[in-house]
Design a protein around this ligand. Structure first.
Ligand SMILES: [Zn+2]
Ligand SMILES: [Zn+2]
Length: 204
């Protein structure tokens, strides 16, 4: 009974991968319908082709990278509430801004990007490498943000951009941490969605 999804939630997003490069693809919805973008492009890398999306279960030997720091060979799958971000304006529904300010002694710059009205669906599943998983297990939000920022291309974190990037990550990861489901699945060959431990009998 503990895993019954909230019926008010939008239908969950299927985990999609690209047939060409076998890497993860993110789903976006906008005025022109559903579009796809390589997950690594969302994290600032460039890819030389358009995604050719298919459910991950239809991709043989997908390259499962860490959804946080992009490291290859993600080891774990975490599940949390599906999260949608308006790409034009980052929603901050779960951000504890006071906490952020108290820790950093600076007001957070809340910028809005002037892109089209596109919604990024992050989906319910997040893959994590061993290093990021350690920080997730410890619920170390700031440690995770630091690790991800350090792994990003320098051009994305130069000067004022660093503030914005940290703000995005803080919003997104706070929602991940707040809605994290118990347990995690271990990624194994043939099990791109993770092998999950059986829930204990009579769990509340
Ligand atoms: Zn591709
Ligand atoms: Zn990672």
């Amino acid at each position: 009974m503990t895993t019954t999804p909230n019926p008010a939630e939008p239908p969950s997003v299927e985990v999609m991968y690209c047939r060409r490069c076998r890497r993860a693809v993110n789903t976006r919805t906008g005025p022109s319908g559903v579009t796809y973008v390589h997950a690594v492009e969302v994290r600032g890398e460039t890819v030389d082709h358009r995604p050719d999306p298919a459910p991950v279960t239809e991709i043989s030997d997908p390259l499962i990278e860490c959804d946080f720091c992009s490291a290859p060979d993600a080891a774990w799958i975490y599940r949390c509430a599906d999260q949608r971000t308006d790409v034009r304006r980052v929603t901050a529904r779960v951000v504890d801004a006071a906490d952020y300010q108290a820790r950093h002694h600076a007001a957070r710059t809340r910028r809005t990007e002037t892109e089209h009205g596109i919604t990024q669906a992050w989906g319910e599943r997040w893959s994590a490498c061993a290093g990021c998983a350690d920080l997730i297990e410890a619920r170390d939000l700031y440690g995770l943000i630091r690790r991800v920022v350090e792994a990003m291309p320098a051009k994305l974190t130069r000067g004022n951009r660093l503030v914005r990037v940290r703000g995005h990550l803080h919003d997104t990861y706070t929602a991940v941490f707040d809605t994290l489901a118990p347990g995690r699945g271990r990624i194994e060959p043939g099990h791109p969605l993770g092998v999950w431990p059986a829930p204990p009998e009579g769990a509340p």
